[in-house]
Structure formats: C-alpha cells, structure tokens
Design a protein around this ligand. Structure first.
Ligand SMILES: Nc1ncnc2c1ncn2[C@@H]1O[C@H](COP(=O)(O)OP(=O)(O)OP(=O)(O)O)[C@@H](O)[C@H]1O
Ligand SMILES: [Mg+2]
Length: 247
C-alpha cells in the first residue's frame, strides 16, 4: 500500500493561448488526508485539479496511488480519482439524471442491480429526492445540477475525491448536508474552494495558491489566522477565526 495518494512534483502548465497557469507546483497528499486548495480567482486551483485524472497534462510529474500518470491508462487512473468539475455542465451529458449518475459505475463494470443502488445512495447523499432520477440534467437549477455532478462521482466510490467548488450555488441546508457527507467518506480529499468555513469544517491541512504557485502549505487554522498571508493572496481571515472585539 502506497503512503501517498497524490504526489505532484514540479508541475507546470500553460494553456494553448500561452497563459501560464501552474508554475513548479509541488504537492504530496497522504492516503486519507483532506487537503484544501485556496487562493484568489485565477490562482490555478482548477487547473491543478484537472491534472489529477489527466484532463490536462503539464510538464513535471503527477503520481496517483504510486502510479505516474504519464503513459498510464487513464481509465485505470479514473477508477482512483473522482473529479467534480467547477462547472457542473462540464460533467453532465446524459438525457436523464439517472443516466448521468449511473454512467460512471456502469463504465467501471459494476453490475446493473448494484448500479441502481449506487445511484439512489449518491442522490440521497447530495440531498436529491429520488423523483429526480428521470429529470433531464439540463433543466435543473444550478444548485441541483451541482449536486447531480457531485453524485456522479460519489456513485463511483473513488478512493480520491477532487472537488472543485462543491458548495457553490448550494443553499445553506444542502451545503451543511454536503459537508457532513464528505466528512464521513473514507477518502483522500482535495478540495478547491473559496468557502473557507467549509475548509475549516473538513480539512486540517490547506494549501494557498496564487499566480500558479504554492505559497503556503500547512495546518489550516494556522494559515487562515495569518492575516498578512491571507490578505497578500486575496483572502480574508474567516469570521469564525477572528477574535471577538469586546466593548
Ligand atoms: N481554458 C483556458 N484557456 C486559457 N486560460 C485559461 C483557461 N482556463 C483557465 N485559464 C487561465 O489559467 C489561470 C488559472 O485559472 P484557474 O481556472 O485554474 O483558476 P482558479 O484558481 O480555479 O480560479 P477560480 O477561483 O476563479 O475558480 C487563469 O489565469 C485563467 O485565466
Ligand atoms: Mg477554479
């Protein structure tokens, strides 16, 4: 059993139009760790997550469960890594919610009867009523769509979960429910988000990215309490960590 779920070494990436999005990023995540990736818009958080299952491929090295991504069978890698895209519309392409959520398990060869159970469980985990199964994913509200996108990945029961802004567009009740569900999953978690309170609830380790680089990597409360660090990178000390001013 490998000690590291994810090992990223000197990863750099430029988009085809020349935008330099990642610059020599190093990040090691141990099996079972829950790590947040925070930073201002355009920092490179989504670009980094897109390297975890080979959607993008930069220079440097990405290893998943000890296996280098370069030259590997991406279908094998995708059994390990469940990636939820920032924009749920990038994730959903089937005629119904059921088909979208069933697609992953079916492609992994999960038997039909179990697929149906997995779909129901995943929809329940994201707080969606089972009557949603036959709805078209394209006619859902953005928050519903986001939850279906998360369900498509939960149904695959990956060992590594990479979530890009999972709480965006969720109402408070569904956000709270999602935090509980994620907190109870026995997975390695990489969470890119602006929702710092969610990070405090889920991740004991955080990484601050800005302009394609990692600027800090450490204990979440320590990093988030560092006002200078936070403000230098377009962030704020979360409300729950600010010391109450009396009088
Ligand atoms: N398809 C693309 N083509 C060209 N440049 C891109 C593309 N996608 C992202 N970029 C650029 O790459 C950089 C990193 O973007 P990325 O989406 O990874 O940031 P982010 O940290 O996820 O931001 P946000 O918090 O807004 O989601 C930005 O400068 C962005 O403009
Ligand atoms: Mg992003």
């Amino acid at each position: 059993m490998t000690e590291y779920a994810v090992r990223i070494t000197r990863l750099s990436y430029s988009y085809p139009d020349g935008v330099r999005a990642l610059e020599a990023v190093d990040l090691d995540v141990r099996v079972g760790e829950r790590v947040a990736i925070v930073g201002p818009s355009g920092a490179g958080k989504s670009t980094l997550l897109l390297h975890l299952n080979g959607v993008l491929s930069g220079s440097g090295m990405v290893r998943i469960m000890g296996q280098a991504l370069e030259g590997s069978d991406l279908r094998e890698v995708r059994k390990h890594v469940g990636l939820v895209f920032q924009d749920p519309h990038d994730q959903l392409f089937c005629p119904t919610v059921f088909d979208d959520v069933a697609f992953g398990p079916l492609s992994l060869g999960v038997p039909q009867g179990e697929v149906s159970q997995r779909v129901d469980r995943a929809l329940h985990e994201v707080g969606l009523d089972l009557s949603m199964r036959l709805r078209s994913s394209h006619h859902l509200s953005l928050g519903e769509c986001k939850r279906v996108a998360i369900a498509t990945v939960l149904a695959m029961e990956p060992e590594i979960l990479a979530l890009d802004e999972p709480s965006s567009n969720l109402d408070p009740r569904n956000r709270r429910h999602l935090i509980e569900v994620i907190g109870n999953l026995p997975v390695t978690l990489l969470l890119a988000t602006h929702d710092l309170e969610m990070v405090l609830a889920l991740c004991s380790r955080a990484v601050v990215m800005d302009r394609g680089r990692v600027w800090a990597d450490g204990e979440t409360r320590r990093l988030f309490s560092d006002r200078k660090l936070m403000e230098e990178h377009g962030l704020e000390v979360p409300l729950s960590l600010r010391t109450a001013v009396v009088g």
